[in-house]
Design a binder for this molecule. Sequence first.
Ligand SMILES: [Zn+2]
Length: 343
Amino acid sequence: MEMERRGYLQAGGFIPEVVLEHPEMVQGLHKEFIHAGTDVVEAFTYYGHREKLRAIGREDDLEKLNRTALKIAREVANETGTLMAGGLCCTTVYEEDNLETHDKVRSMFKEQVEWAAEEGADYIIAETIHSYGEAKLALEAIQQHGKGIPAVVTLSCLIPDETMDGVPIAEACRKLEEAGAAVVGLNCGRGPSTMIPALREIRKACNGPIAALPVTYRTKEDCRTWHSLKDPDTGKDVYPRNLACVMSSRDDIRECAEEAKAIGVNYIGLCCGNSPFYFRELAEVYAPTCLIPDETADGVPIAEACRKLEEAGADVVGLYCGRGPSTMLPALREIRKACNVCN
Ligand SMILES: [Zn+2]
């Protein structure tokens, strides 16, 4: 969605052609999210699968798009000391009762998993999957063709708390965990307030790490998914072009992160609607100490830098921007001890 808002992706189709047309934009956006606090660079292959590429007449670019996205992500991860993840998503062709579609889905997942493993992914994410059966096929493809790299499998829960093929969502997560997924959970579909109750159920059902990546929109009990949201003023549907009027506030996201942490969600992120300023809220709740050290970019301890500027004649020294209240306060204590003037 961030690429769409910037004019590099078409709403509705959401096919990541930007990877080929403007790779520098993809690289830049990865870096912005890392600066905001993420630990993972996910290759931008969402909807970069055979079915979507065929739909726009670019099937010949399929492998090139995937490998380019993976290489960009690997480079940024290496440069920043973060992890790189390959990505699978809903194929749009899976039908529970049609075994031919299962074979098609298997081969679509297989090729993407092989490319991700060859390009050095640290793990593979299978995301925004609505059916338990399709999620199971994704997990199996990662296990069979991923050279042993871990699988993170997140389902997308729509209106009822169950998958499209009728498995209660917590049970579907438990089964995927038992089948060997390293992390299971939810992404997309729902915003913070309607995803949190389902996460409680998943936490009860699973023993291992669970994931939450809500969309950043104000879903509510009578509009559980972002697709069903209405403009509060006009009552018109807002998906997918007019979502700005139902965006979450920063506090919504912060409170969601605090609640998720209290529930015991181990793997946190944001899905559609995410932007670096939202991500920073998560990072401050989940990892306040590993964001950035208490020193300047050229390595001077922050309190000492302030004292030196004071000694050199500044009337006021201190900190501005970068951190929120909870991570700035400890640094301010050090500065107070080191300086005599106001700060
Ligand atoms: Zn999403």
